[in-house]
Design a protein around this ligand. Structure first.
Ligand SMILES: *[C@@H]1O[C@H](CO)[C@@H](O)[C@H](O)[C@H]1NC(C)=O
Ligand SMILES: *[C@@H]1O[C@H](CO)[C@@H](O)[C@H](O)[C@H]1NC(C)=O
Length: 488
């Protein structure tokens, strides 16, 4: 056998091995780094010298000036340039929970994740700095959505909208309280003073939410046409906020509120996302001890959540695509459910493991072990990272084949570095219609994802599929950290 021929064979064998390795295991560490980096692309305000996603620049430096409050900073929620506090706060709560449960697996990425969290909490402190008011959004969504503009170029009205005692918003306020309480736990060991500031504010904002009851979308009709109507009402946020404050303080006042309203937790066991928090509250409370309630009733409700998600369960209430992706029909940004549900499954799997490997029983002899829950979460992660019928990664910049025309203003338009002149409101249209890939990669962005038949349109106009959001990524940070440590 000639040497040349032999080395070709060795090379073919090597390439084949690489392919097998690639198929067998994703690089969860790489995906984790990118998943966290994404948040830098969503930053609003004055960017720090440590900014790594450098095609983004300072933007919205006068936010809040219309009401005399400094509201510079925070995150744009998705592909637009409005700062919606309600989904932003949920993003921060789930990012904090990711750090609390899985932070010890993050290693060198821990600081980046904590920085992403603090970018959010710094803003939430500003949004709640005036007692008796909570900022619900900044940026007139009508004029914002009528333009295709870079955040750095914005010339649309940056109106600040607040809820107050006469125009209340218990949902947005209690979600912010949850975010601040959860984050206070993250910073407790590294920055005690900041942690205490967050916790004190959480109490104060929760009190405001509880004492001035009402849906924020009744007070601010402007949010509903832009997706962020709180269809589930505010009780789920009051309960979720109380659960986080109870976890942070062990103050029995919060536990009492939860058990007095336990029927809400029992009926709505299957819902979890920026709009409805019930399943998350049950999973969180299932692990907390109380002197007054034994056995813990939330274990049973959290079990019912698991049985509503498991593909083999007789009480399953979600769908799965032929390729295996969890799907809630009629939803926008379906991957938000995939990442949020995977996170809860994984957290609950760990709680079950610690409870002597207790399995969940779903009836018809369907019994789910803790490892079955982790396995289901892993199948969802692997699908999103490329193990799917289209062999496509749904995270921008991960793998070799991923969405190239995401619905995102900043990503679609050239960077200030390459085109310093202002691109006015409708002058962005030609970039929107372009058949070329986006000039700036929003690394780590997970898009809304494929449809129930595993099909994906890589098109800016198909925003249900091609738009990223902060609350898709936030719970995924925790999920990826876990699989970075336990890849198989
Ligand atoms: C609450 O805000 C509304 C406008 O959204 C305003 O009309 C009202 O006067 C405010 N109430 C208080 C007590 O400041
Ligand atoms: C996706 O693309 C197909 C074929 O181009 C088209 O028929 C369909 O309407 C598109 N769907 C969306 C949501 O844009």
């Amino acid at each position: 056998m000639g040497g040349k021929y032999k080395s070709v064979l060795v090379l073919i064998g090597f390439v084949w091995m690489m392919m097998v390795v690639r198929v067998a295991s994703n690089n969860y560490g790489d995906a984790l780094s990118k998943c966290i980096l994404f948040f830098e692309g969503q930053r609003s305000g004055k960017l720090p010298s440590t900014q790594r996603m450098t095609w983004r620049k300072d933007s919205a430096l006068h936010d809040g000036f219309d009401i005399g409050v400094d509201l510079v900073g925070g995150y744009y929620d998705a592909g637009d340039n409005v700062k919606f506090s309600f989904p932003m706060a949920f993003t921060i709560t789930t990012l904090a929970w990711s750090l609390l449960e899985f932070g010890h697996h993050m290693k060198s990425e821990y600081q980046n994740a904590a920085d992403a969290l603090k970018w959010g909490t710094d803003y939430l402190l500003k949004a709640t700095s005036v007692p008796g008011t909570v900022v619900a959004l900044v940026g007139d969504p009508y004029s914002d959505h009528a333009c295709w503009e870079r955040p750095e170029d914005m010339d649309t009205a940056r109106t600040s909208y607040v809820v107050n005692t006469t125009h209340p918003g218990s949902d947005v306020s209690a979600e912010i309280a949850a975010a601040l309480a959860a984050s206070s736990l993250v910073f407790k060991s590294t920055d005690y003073g900041y942690s205490q500031t967050l916790l004190e504010r959480a109490h104060q904002v929760y009190h405001f939410a509880d004492q001035n009851r009402g849906n924020y979308d009744f007070s601010l009709e402007v949010v509903c046409p832009f997706y962020y109507c709180d269809g589930s009402g505010y009780m789920d946020e009051l309960l979720w906020g109380a659960a986080w404050l109870y976890k942070a303080t062990k103050d029995q006042h919060y536990w009492k509120f939860i058990v007095e309203n336990i029927q809400y937790q029992e009926y709505n066991f299957a819902a979890f996302g920026w709009d409805s928090k019930y399943a998350g509250t049950n999973v969180l409370l299932s692990r907390l001890k109380s002197a007054t309630h034994s056995p813990n009733p939330f274990v049973q409700y959290a079990d019912k959540f698991v049985c509503s998600v498991l593909p083999e369960s007789p009480s399953k209430s979600v769908s799965y695509s032929p390729g295996g992706l969890l799907n809630i029909p009629g939803e926008s940004s379906n991957t938000q459910r995939v990442t949020a549900f995977s996170f809860l499954l994984l957290v609950y799997s760990r709680y079950m493991t610690r409870a002597n490997n207790r399995p969940v029983e779903c009836g018809n002899n369907v019994v789910a072990t803790p490892s079955r829950l982790a396995q289901l979460a892993k199948s969802q992660v692997d699908y999103l990272l490329g193990s799917n019928p289209l062999k496509m990664s749904y995270m921008v910049g991960y793998g070799t084949y991923f969405p190239s025309k995401i619905h995102h203003r900043g990503s679609t338009l050239p960077s200030i570095d390459n085109y310093p002149k202002q691109i006015k409101c409708r002058d962005g249209d030609s970039y929107f219609r372009s058949t070329y890939p986006n000039p700036n990669q929003l690394i780590g962005a997970i898009v809304g994802g494929p449809d129930i038949n595993d099909q994906y349109n890589d098109s800016r106009s198909a925003y249900v599929q091609s738009e990223p959001t902060t609350y898709i990524n936030a719970p995924f940070v925790g999920v990826l950290a876990y699989f970075k440590s336990y890849p198989s």
